[in-house]
Design a protein around this ligand. Structure first.
Ligand code: 26Q
Length: 836
């Protein structure tokens, strides 16, 4: 590997980058494609690989983004705009091409241009790998936020990590999940621009030294550290039809020049290469856990690496224009922390201001707590991040000192507010005492931020009543709700062109950037002709989904059947188990000849399990075994089909959501912070069967309870019932559940694999079952029966479908970003300079 050397500085001519705008017509696209394909990529008509056609197209599209990118940056600079930075360990972007074409207004002309060359866009687009730099909801939310911020012309930059390996690819072998590495960058990534001119240096290890600076002030300084470089790669984020292009900056770790082989004693050659590797390992792989993984040093390195690189980048830009005058820094900058993962920002910003920019504690604290804001994404106490103090001491010693100082000063405030309440001080301390003392990252984030928000109304309320109650009592003004959303560009206009076309035909195209306009569809639910067309589009989308299921799972889904879908990470609280118990019940009814008034159903379940989460992996195995028994039974036939769809990811959801009738949102109430898949399904005209959890509550409020299949205990009832929960009695009193348990327990689905589902069975029967699967079984069955009856009445179902899409306006991330901006960021919308 070459080291990074300074190149000689140039004085560029003023007109070096002044160029006429690129054509946005079919002819210009064709010409550019040919030039890139032939000269830049050096291919000709003998080349059969879709990769090069894809690359040639992307290079042409990227040029058009590039000129808007510059025009946007200049406009932000000229306005001296206040800017926000969205810091996230995850950005689950999926594919970029289709979205870039849509937002640039090229989704009509690009396919025509390719047609002129005898190529098909759909086929070429398949060559793009998903950028799977996230686990699930939190990562995809970050991606949707970026799209909406660009669309709203908000000066927001995303900061993340450029993982060499993204979310693992999931294959299913004998019904078990098998993980394969996702080397998504192997064929290069034409969307990224490396920017070595903005490299930052990140410290690890070492110790603190105290010294007197030139004014005689005592200061700390981090010495004997082992340093790593952070190299930025920028990805353009276009707004919809508005000329704005924002930036997602992803950091890659590299060894510093000190690791250069030449500088090492020849005898230490292997050690020096190993040390270099350790530096470059930091950004090697995404942790595939969607709940915190305890104690892994490399993960803490990643978190600090992102926090430090991003803060230093913003500070360097500030100093570039303002010198060391930070008086207006907090006025002009705000950092949004996506969960606690980047919460090292709290002590790191303090360190940078004090140790590197000579601030005193109070001034530094003022700036820190005026610029950081924290979003929480979980209610599960066990998922709150904690790191061993011991690990901080060796890896980030200077940060630990600062955390202790923050803690001492803030606990003094707690003591002033509640004198003598030592129990409360212990509870609220940033340090959890015990045999292995831990840093409580959520508390650190709350103390260091001026805003703390949850992601749905129920979630935000439960945070202030439960998990963060003490903090709410201390600082009620910090707490607020920001209900999640999804971007309608990807999740309706992009993934469902047939439905988007029908909608635009009736109400115009304004809805794409103003989703509340979908409300104008509601009256059309009474128009039989419109319903007919709506149903026809849904049918086409179901055929498309059925083809994908056939290709992936070798099972036939008939589009007349009710398509019943649950896709999300596999987790006990999300209760894929409840879904499969219902499937077993349907099978039991067929086998017992109880199929009067039957409604044919195709059940699709998909999602990844964290590799170390054994229960989640058993649930995948159970779904696969149940599917096999049902699909192979000729007596069941077309009445019921079940698949476990492998490798669920962004690109799969783009086919799944448009083809779904019934959206399963069945978490134990009080456990799902928000959910966002629920919103994608609703937007695409699926009806929800769900509990009163997360954003389901707001979905039901918007669409009306007659257009939503509600079941199950409320969050309050769950709490209440926990004390006397007795699944044995529930099972004994419910013939349907008893028979389902009997089928499971007699080994009907694991004839040749004795005992493999024992842990699952025990969990259902356990009075301590946190997820209370048996408690909601009966009510779930009844809701499912209602859903089937509603589906049978095609007119009624289509009406419900239309009304769901019509009521989905609130769940656009445009609305979410307007809320963040009004209450937290307070940015001005800034129009880019025209591309001339
Ligand atoms: C933390 C530390 C170490 C390793 C991994 C992690 C980690 C990684 C990812 C912890 C949590 C996550 C992801 C959480 C997540 O996706 N939460 C979901 O966020 C969505 C967006 O707000 C909500 O809609 C979902 O309800 C919530 O579960």
């Amino acid at each position: 590997m070459m080291s990074r050397k300074e190149t000689k500085a140039l004085t560029p001519l003023p007109n070096l980058t002044d160029l006429p705008p690129l054509g946005m017509d079919v002819h210009s696209l064709v010409e550019d494609f040919r030039r890139y394909y032939t000269y830049t990529l050096g291919r000709d008509r003998h080349c059969r690989s879709a990769h090069y056609a894809y690359s040639a197209l992307v290079l042409g599209v990227r040029d058009r983004l590039m000129e808007r990118w510059k025009a946007t940056r200049y406009a932000y600079e000229a306005a001296d705009a206040r800017q926000a930075y969205y810091l996230s360990l995850e950005f689950l972007m999926g594919r970029t091409l289709g979205n870039a074409l849509l937002n640039l207004g090229l989704s009509g002309d690009a396919p025509l241009a390719l047609q002129c060359l005898g190529l098909e866009l759909e086929e070429i687009a398949e060559a793009e790998h998903d950028a799977g730099l996230g686990n699930g909801g939190l990562g995809r939310l970050a991606a949707c936020f970026l799209d909406s911020c660009a669309t709203l012309k908000l000066p927001v930059t995303g900061y993340g990590i450029r993982y060499e390996y993204g979310m693992f690819r999931q294959t299913i072998v004998d019904g078990h999940q098998v993980e394969e590495p996702d080397h998504w960058l192997r064929e290069g990534n034409p969307w990224e621009i490396e920017r070595p001119e903005y490299i930052q240096r990140i410290r690890f290890g070492g110790r603190t030294e105290f010294y007197r600076d030139r004014d005689g002030v005592l200061r700390g300084r981090w010495v004997d550290s082992r340093d790593v470089l952070a190299v930025p790669f920028d990805i353009p984020i276009p707004g919809y039809d508005n000329g704005t292009v924002n930036t997602l900056r992803l950091w890659k770790s590299e060894a510093t020049e000190e690791f250069d082989l030449g500088e090492f004693n020849a005898g230490l050659y292997p050690e020096s290469v190993a040390a270099k590797n350790a530096a470059e390992n930091i950004t090697m792989v995404l942790y595939p856990n969607d709940a915190s993984e305890s104690g892994k040093e490399l993960r803490l390195r990643q978190q600090y690496f992102l926090a430090s690189a991003s803060l230093q980048d913003v500070l360097a830009r500030w100093i570039g224009t303002n010198g060391e005058d930070f008086s207006r820094f907090a006025e002009k900058n705000v950092f949004q922390l996506n969960d606690t993962h980047p919460s090292c920002c709290v002590p790191e910003l303090m360190r940078l201001l004090m140790d590197e920019h000579r601030f005193g504690w109070d001034q530094a604290w003022k700036i820190t707590t005026a610029t950081l804001a924290y979003t929480n994404h979980t209610l599960l106490p066990e998922a709150l991040e904690k790191w061993p103090v011991r690990l901080f001491r060796t890896l980030l010693p200077r940060l630990l000192e600062i955390i202790y100082e923050i803690n001492a000063r803030y606990l003094a405030e707690v003591a002033r507010r509640w004198p003598g309440d030592t129990e409360r001080q212990r509870r609220m301390s940033l340090i959890e005492e015990g045999p292995e003392p831990m840093v409580r990252m959520a508390y650190l984030a709350i103390v260091g931020s001026f805003s703390v928000n949850g992601v749905a109304a129920l979630h935000s309320r439960l945070l202030t009543e439960g998990l963060f109650r003490d903090f709410y009592e201390l600082w009620p003004e910090k707490f607020n709700n920001k209900t999640n959303g999804v971007t309608p560009r990807r999740w309706l206009a992009g993934c469902n062109p047939a439905l988007a076309g029908l909608i635009s035909e009736k109400i115009g195209e304004g809805w794409v950037a103003d989703l509340f306009q979908l409300a104008r569809l509601a009256p059309l639910a009474d128009d039989p002709e419109f319903r007919e067309r709506w149903a026809e589009v849904k049918r086409q989308n179901k055929e498309h989904l059925a083809r994908m299921v056939k290709d992936e799972c070798r099972i036939d889904f008939h589009p007349d059947a009710l398509f019943d879908v649950q896709v999300k990470r596999i987790h006990e609280y999300k209760r894929q188990l409840l879904n499969i118990l219902h499937v077993i019940h349907l099978y039991d009814r067929i086998k017992r000849g109880e199929s009067d008034g039957w409604v044919d159903r195709c059940v699709l379940i998909g999602g990844k399990a964290a590799p170390g989460y054994l229960m989640a992996k058993s649930i995948i195995k159970l779904i696969n075994n149940v599917a096999q028994v049902i699909n192979e039974d000729p007596e069941v036939g077309g009445k019921l089909k079940v698949v476990f769809f492998p490798d669920y990811r962004v690109t799969a959801m783009e086919v799944i959501a448009p083809g779904t009738d019934l959206s399963e949102q069945i978490s134990t109430a009080g456990k799902e912070a928000s959910g966002t898949g629920n919103m994608k399904f609703m937007m695409n005209g699926a009806v929800t069967i769900g509990t009163l959890d997360g954003a389901n509550i707001e979905i039901r409020e918007e669409v009306g309870d007659e257009n939503f299949f509600l079941f199950g205990l409320s969050a309050e009832q769950v709490q209440e019932r926990r004390r006397s929960y007795d699944p044995e009695t529930i099972i004994a009193a419910d013939d349907d559940l008893r028979r389902v348990m009997q089928l499971l327990e007699c080994g009907h689905f694991n004839q040749f694999e004795p005992g493999i589902f024992d842990a699952i069975i025990a969990a259902i029967r356990n009075p301590g079952d946190m997820w209370m699967t048996a408690a909601d079984f009966r009510s779930y069955l009844e809701a499912q029966r209602e859903a089937a009856a509603a589906y049978k009445d095609r007119e009624r179902w289509t009406r419900m479908s239309i009304l769901n899409t019509a009521a989905s306006g609130k769940f656009s991330t445009d609305r979410t970003m307007i809320d963040y901006n009004r209450d937290i960021w307070r940015l001005e919308q800034i129009s880019p300079f025209p591309v001339k």
